[in-house]
Every structure is written in structure tokens, then in C-alpha cells.
Write a protein that binds this ligand. Structure first.
Ligand code: AHR
Length: 508
């Protein structure tokens, strides 16, 4: 019988990628499909609060400790009239949302969402419409949200019952303006100019805000990566971040290649960083551009396309169940984000509820957690501190796209307050259990503290309303640490978390 395949890994306390920005654990809620209507908001539901928001859904979002939530879109924002979404609900118009061919009642608007976000413990990352609208409306929206005093939009917010400005810190200058699907899709130069001017005015109004310019929304677009360099030419000085979006899927129906797709994400990030740094050099600038990975996820393997009726409220769009394999790809994307945390400051899972949702609800009023909920929960809970690379020598395979994929992807996070080291790793092998021998260099003596595994032998298994616990975390084997060396095992298709604490007890 062939022996277990082995990997060797080293983590060194002194080799730090970066201190992780907590906004890397962000989410996204769009007025799309059943994310808002039938997702976070469902006034007739028994779990709903007096404002119509579901407590059970909010509880699951809170548990994820989502630092920041991007809102209100997405493609939706490119046709959004923010004025429709404020003031007495009875006066709000129902609009035809041209992004998703849905009816938007504006029952949930800016003020309701801001209140909900604060209840679930998240900051709002607001997006302005640079599709059908422009500089003036962007400035008015910012004035409504962030200005105190006597100006008309500040007073309007006051009249709507909110005296204190929201002081939203993060603002997206439009959404995916490079995409032919986008309302008012445009060229990089036209967008760059508009974003620069909108950004200039916005920062004049509120110099404390940070701005995200639209980067390439897909590496399959012919404009990638020139788009990024051109937008940066215009916006390098005004923007603080360039956005990146990525949804990985198994449309080729090639499981091994799919499980390795986070390697494409690694390359994507490297090339966008290169485009930013190219412009930095051209401009002789000392400023470093950071990335806002403000849409990322895996497309559920069970999703077969949309067939919802157009021009309805909250049609089911982009709904599917995330399988074990999807969870592995999701976990490796999360690891990729942390490996690049020196350049990625913000990241938002798209989306939090129902639309490729981390959390799902159904028409019977049930709610459950998808498989991908758990890697995010663990990373958000234990992944705060310093990101440290895991130097890995692992067996690998070559995909049909000629990428060499190591069977293990890993990263670690050192909490320098408590002295606890957490290692996150996936085993992307469909069949092989792996042994990993790990050496921890430069740390005080550590001992095993906790081990968590999320795994299922069936790559196509998934959680559903009547079987919500098909894929759930369980306690794993806590490795014995001897002289800061240890050996541990990774089951096939598994997400793993190991935590090590100082032998003398936590520092804090
Ligand atoms: O998250 C769904 C959609 O995907 C967003 O609206 C858009 O920005 C992206 O194309």
C-alpha cells in the first residue's frame, strides 16, 4: 500500500507579509435578487424586527464579524437614484431597475440600511452612481451622508430623523464600468476622467473619505489589464484603492482544474499590482496604491443560471448551493487574499445573503449557512494580526491549463497581542490524505491549542434547508508540539485551522 504523501512547511515569526487590515473581512449587499428583499428584509417573517429586518439573518451576519459592507451595488448602482431611497417610505417611488430587470420598491433605502449595518456591527462602504449619473449626484449623496450643518442635503437627512452624519469613510467611484453589461459602460479614459473629477469634488467636500476607483472586473475582458493602467493614469492621485473583482467557477466541469483556480487569483492580483506600480513609477510618485477586492466568491457548482421572472420584486437571481469543492476553492481564495494582504486592504464576499450567498433563506422562511460560511467565519475570527507566509514544499499536480498546483495552500496569522499563532490550510486533493510536518521558527515555545476541520468525502455535497448540517466544522486532532515542531494530517478536500498558544499561557 502506498504511504501517505508528505509536505514540509516552515513559518518564521520574522517573515511578515503585513498587518492584516480588518476590512479584508468585508461583505457585499446589493439590491439584487433576494439579497435585500426576502433576504435581510422580510417584514412578514416571524423573526423580523419592527423595521422589517430578519433577526435570524442579522444574527448570522453579526457572527461573521463583517468589518465593512459594500452597498447598494454592484450593477444596481449604475442606475440608482439615491434620492428615491430616502424620506418617508410611503412616498418612495417604485422604479424599474435596469441592471437586473427587477422592480425596486425602495422600501429599504439608505437610512434603513445604514441602521441595519450598524446593528450587525459593520461599517458601510458606499458606492456612487457613475453610470446614469455623475459628479453632481455623487457630491449630493456624500453631502447627505457625511455633512453636518445647514446645507440642504444635510438638513434633509436631519429631517429624515438622522441628525448625526453617517461619516461613511469608504466610497466606490461606480461599479465595473469596464463591463459591457454595465449601464453606461465606457472606456478606461472616459471613466478615469469622470472618476477623477467626481473624486476631486468628493474629497473637497469631505477630505477624510477614502476612494475606490474601478479596476478590471474580469480578466476575461479584452480591456484587462490596460484598463487598470489607464484608470490609474487619471486617478492615481485622487484614489486610495483600485477595485478587483473575481468569481471562480467550474464551468469547464474539470474538478482538478477548478480546485486549483485560486492560482489564477494569485496571478490576477500580481498583475493588477504591477499595473498600479507601473503608473506609480511613471508618475514618480511615492504613494502606494492598495487594492480593494470588493467582490469575490465562488459561483455555486449547483447554479445552472437564472430563470426568474423579470420586473418582479426580489426575484431569485444567482442562487445555488455551495458544495464541498466550492468551499475548498473559497478557502483557497481566502488564503490568497491573506497572502496578498500587503496590497489588499479591503475585500468583500459577494454576496452575504442569497445571491451566491454565504447565508441562504427560502420561501418557507428558513435560513441556513452554506459550506463557505465556515472558512470565512474562522478567518474573520482568528485571522486578525500579522499575516505570515507558510513556506511549503508539498506534492503537486499539473492542471489542464498547465498550472502546477500544490496539494496544500496555507497561510498563517500571528496575533502579536495574545501570542497565538493560527494556521489556515486547504488540502485540494480529491483523494489523498496528507501529512504536513511544520516547523515554527522564531516563536517562544508554542503548544497545540485548537484544531478545526471542515470536510466532506463527497465533493458535490452541500448544505440545504432540510439538511443544514451536512458540511459543518468539527474539532480536529490537536497536534503535539515538540521544540516548535509538529506533524499534522489533512483529510482530502478539507479546510483546516490549527491554533497554537504560548506554552506559558496567552499574553493577553
Ligand atoms: O454580485 C453580482 C454582480 O456581479 C454585481 O452586481 C456586479 O458588480 C458583478 O458583475
Amino acid at each position: 500500500m502506498a504511504g501517505v504523501q508528505k509536505a514540509r512547511a516552515v513559518i518564521d515569526r520574522d517573515f511578515v507579509i503585513s498587518r492584516i487590515d480588518s476590512r479584508i473581512y468585508g461583505g457585499f449587499i446589493e439590491h439584487m435578487g433576494r439579497c435585500v428583499y426576502g433576504g435581510i428584509y422580510q417584514p412578514q417573517h416571524s423573526e423580523s424586527d419592527e423595521a422589517g429586518f430578519r433577526r435570524d439573518v442579522a444574527g448570522m451576519v453579526s457572527e461573521l464579524d463583517v468589518s465593512v459592507i459594500r452597498y447598494p451595488g454592484g450593477n444596481f448602482v449604475s442606475g440608482f437614484r439615491w434620492e428615491d431611497s430616502v424620506g418617508p417610505q410611503v412616498n418612495r417611488p417604485t422604479r424599474m431597475d435596469l441592471a437586473w430587470k427587477s422592480l425596486e420598491t425602495n422600501e429599504v433605502g439608505l437610512d434603513e440600511f445604514a441602521k441595519w449595518a450598524s446593528q450587525v456591527g459593520s461599517q458601510v462602504m458606499m458606492a456612487v452612481n457613475l453610470g446614469t449619473r455623475g459628479v453632481e449626484e455623487a457630491a449630493h449623496l456624500l453631502e447627505y451622508c457625511n455633512m453636518a450643518g445647514e446645507s440642504s442635503f444635510s438638513k434633509l437627512r436631519n429631517a429624515h430623523g438622522r441628525e448625526q452624519p453617517y461619516s461613511f469613510k469608504l466610497w466606490c467611484l461606480g461599479n465595473e464600468m469596464d463591463g459591457p453589461w454595465q449601464i453606461c459602460n465606457t472606456s478606461a479614459a472616459e471613466y478615469g476622467l469622470l472618476a477623477r473629477e467626481a473624486g476631486k469634488v468628493m474629497k473637497r467636500l469631505d477630505p477624510t473619505i477614502e476612494l475606490v476607483a474601478c479596476g478590471s472586473s474580469s480578466l476575461n475582458l479584452p480591456t484587462y489589464p490596460d484598463w487598470d493602467a489607464t484608470v490609474m493614469e487619471y486617478c492615481y492621485d485622487i484614489a486610495d484603492y483600485l477595485s478587483v473583482h473575481m468569481y471562480l467557477d467550474n464551468k469547464e466541469d474539470d474538478l482538478e482544474a477548478y480546485l486549483a483556480k485560486s492560482l489564477i487569483m494569485d496571478e490576477y492580483i500580481d498583475s493588477i499590482v504591477a499595473a498600479c506600480d507601473f503608473v506609480k513609477a511613471k508618475k514618480r510618485s511615492s504613494k502606494r496604491m492598495y487594492l480593494s477586492f470588493d467582490e469575490w466568491n465562488v459561483v455555486p457548482s449547483t447554479w445552472k443560471g437564472n430563470d426568474a421572472e423579470s420586473w418582479t420584486v426580489g426575484p431569485a437571481l444567482c442562487e445555488g448551493s455551495h458544495t464541498t469543492a466550492d468551499m475548498i476553492v473559497f478557502g483557497s481564495m481566502l488564503i490568497s487574499l491573506l497572502k496578498h494582504s500587503d496590497r489588499i486592504r479591503i475585500a468583500c464576499i459577494a454576496q452575504l445573503v442569497n445571491v451566491f450567498g454565504v447565508i441562504m433563506t427560502d420561501s418557507d422562511g428558513r435560513v441556513w449557512k452554506q459550506s463557505i460560511y465556515y472558512p470565512f467565519l474562522h478567518a474573520s475570527r482568528f485571522g486578525r494580526g500579522l499575516a505570515l507566509p507558510v513556506q511549503m514544499q508539498a506534492p503537486s499536480y499539473v492542471t489542464n491549463e498547465k498550472r502546477e498546483a500544490p496539494l496544500i495552500e496555507a497561510v498563517s496569522v500571528f496575533d502579536d497581542d495574545s501570542g497565538v499563532l493560527t494556521v489556515f490550510a486547504v488540502n485540494r486533493s480529491l483523494s489523498e490524505e496528507l501529512e504536513m510536518n511544520l516547523e515554527l521558527r522564531g516563536f517562544d515555545a508554542l503548544i497545540g491549542h485548537e484544531s478545526i476541520v471542515v470536510q466532506h468525502e463527497n465533493p458535490s455535497a452541500y448544505n440545504k434547508a432540510d439538511a443544514p448540517d451536512t458540511i459543518v466544522p468539527r474539532n480536529g486532532f490537536v497536534p503535539l508540539v515538540n521544540d516548535n515542531r509538529l506533524s499534522t494530517r489533512l483529510l482530502p478536500l478539507s479546510w483546516n485551522v490549527w491554533r497554537f498558544k504560548p506554552a506559558g499561557g496567552n499574553r493577553k
